[in-house]
Ligand binder design. Structure first.
Ligand code: PHE
Ligand code: FE
Length: 295
């Protein structure tokens, strides 16, 4: 494995100097085994096939455009050339989940942390923490899309701000990430499509989110989402549908401070609830839902 190498500390826009507690590592590409590459190939093949007609065209096109293929685990340095040219993002290798402020600061500087290791062959269907397949296959393609690329950076800047406000603001912002970046759906002339990384990297949820009668599918509503609890151990009870990445960008552009102040007076919403104010694409049957466990 490559020796861990610390990134340079940089001043954030808030004037803070983050002290990274987690090392950034060079992708130890030569250390991947034949089995690692085989796991990538199996997952890539399975998901790409499943996602034709399920993932939004932007996702499929950007994945192709950056040369992410099934033959072997991609090299970050090669993908970085494409990303740099297109939107100025850089992939950095990490061991796993980062402390919140570190993560936000990386995004704010257009650096996307990617877990360097890949799951084992017996974990193709489910893994409880992000690995290389989730991060790279799921999150990275849309960083080639100029609008989505800007959204991710704006989210990072918003995260640094929310972190300074307090844990409630942070929880509300995290719900937004969950229901867009991880589990978002988008409405297209051809029907609902997936753009969330947590969905595209999961076989079961790629099918469930579009085909199942169980979950709610509700139109994007920023402050409603920021109040909505979610699931980390089961498929989502509710998916939120955007009209376009431009809508996402515009809705999240205002300063969130007044929103945080107002949300502090409002109750959270259980993951499966539907409100009178919701634009409902589908009212879920709730089949198979657990009655507790919302985060
Ligand atoms: N506009 C938000 C703020 O002022 C930042 C943000 C942008 C958050 C995009 C999420 C997504 O806090
Ligand atoms: Fe993720």
């Amino acid at each position: 494995m490559a020796s861990p190498q610390r990134v340079e500390h940089q001043l954030t826009d808030k004037g803070q100097v983050p002290v990274y507690t987690t090392a950034v590592v060079e992708q130890p590409w030569d250390s991947y085994t034949a089995t690692d590459h085989e796991v990538w190939r199996a997952l890539f093949r399975r998901q790409r096939q499943l996602l034709e007609g399920r993932a939004c065209q932007e996702f499929l096109d950007t994945q192709d455009a950056m040369g992410m293929g099934e033959d072997r685990i991609p090299k970050f340095v090669e993908l970085n050339r494409q990303l740099q040219a297109k939107t100025g993002w850089t992939l950095i290798g990490v061991e796993g989940l980062l402390p919140e402020l570190d993560f936000f600061d990386h995004l704010a500087h257009r650096r996307f942390p990617v877990t360097w290791w890949i799951r084992k062959p017996e974990q193709l269907d489910y893994l409880s923490e992000p690995d290389l397949f989730h991060d790279l296959f799921g999150h990275v393609p849309l960083l080639m899309n100029p609008v989505f690329a800007d959204y991710m950076q704006a989210y990072g800047l918003g995260g640094v701000k929310a972190h300074g406000i307090g844990p409630e603001a942070l929880a509300e912002l995290t719900r937004l990430y969950w229901y867009t970046v991880e589990f978002g759906l988008i409405n297209t002339p051809a029907g609902l499509r997936i753009y969330g990384a947590g969905i595209v990297s999961s076989k079961g949820e790629s099918i469930h989110c579009l085909d199942s009668a169980a979950p709610n599918r509700i139109g994007f509503d920023l402050r409603r989402i920021m109040r909505t609890r979610y699931r980390i151990d089961t498929f989502q009870k509710t998916y939120f549908v955007i009209d376009s990445f431009d809508q996402l960008m515009q809705a999240t552009a205002p300063d969130f401070r007044p929103y945080y102040a107002q949300l502090a007076t409002e109750a959270t919403i259980p993951a499966g609830d539907i409100l009178a104010s919701d634009t409902v694409f589908q009212r879920g049957t709730g089949e198979g839902w657990l009655t507790d466990g919302d985060v």
